[in-house]
Design a protein around this ligand. Structure first.
Ligand code: GRF
Length: 191
């Protein structure tokens, strides 16, 4: 059984979706949700569903406390689902190729520091793009630049606002993120 920690600092819709998807899985289990933001929607969602949540500070992330907690819980994989802080170099080294992020654009376009949530969709619309999409990728020491695992496109129609685009992207995220995580984990477990 692969033991997952989901990191999220926002609304937590992906966390909730992943949790439902893997609830009865025999190969993947979400052990812990980790956040640096005690006011985030994800905290309320965890409380409502009795999902164990670990709230930590930026300092805890940098001084090794978070890493120790993950080791204590025997976590195998870290899933970033709307987590805004940079993952420490030490965590990236310890969980080498075992940290997966989802980004709401077709990387390398519209990635990097400050490119999150609506900022991404606003930039995509302002640039007059005719398509956007999601990218699922491994996490390395730089923002949004680890090896790409999977991308899925959606069309941007004339007149689409960034809210409309955000909805299209969220639908893709909810369909593909759990499936791709499952595939990656099962592949690694059998090789
Ligand atoms: C998603 O769009 C994801 O791609 C990005 O952060 C957002 C999280 O949304 N990394 P939610 O909090 O899961 O609703």
């Amino acid at each position: 059984m692969a033991r997952l920690a989901v990191f999220a600092s926002g609304n937590g819709s992906n966390m909730e979706n992943l949790y439902s998807y893997f609830k009865d899985s025999i190969s993947v289990q979400i052990i812990l949700v980790c956040t640096n933001n005690h006011n985030a929607g994800v905290v309320e969602k965890c409380k409502n569903k009795n999902i164990p949540i670990y709230v930590f500070s930026k300092n805890d992330l940098e001084n090794g406390s978070v890493e120790n907690a993950l080791i204590k819980h025997k976590i195998d994989w870290i899933i970033l689902a709307g987590f805004l802080l940079k993952i420490s170099d030490s965590l990236v080294a310890t969980f080498n190729n075992k940290i997966i992020n989802i980004h709401p654009s077709l990387l390398p376009k519209f990635g990097g520091k400050g490119m999150y949530g609506k900022h991404v969709h606003k930039a995509v619309i302002s640039a007059g793009e005719s398509e956007s999409g999601i990218t699922i990728h491994y996490v390395n020491n730089l923002y949004d630049s680890g090896k790409i695992i999977f991308q899925k496109k959606c069309l941007i129609e004339k007149g689409d606002t960034y809210d409309v685009l955000a909805e299209k992207i969220q639908k893709l995220e909810h369909v593909y993120f759990p499936k791709i995580i499952e595939q990656i984990i099962n592949k690694k477990n059998t090789t």
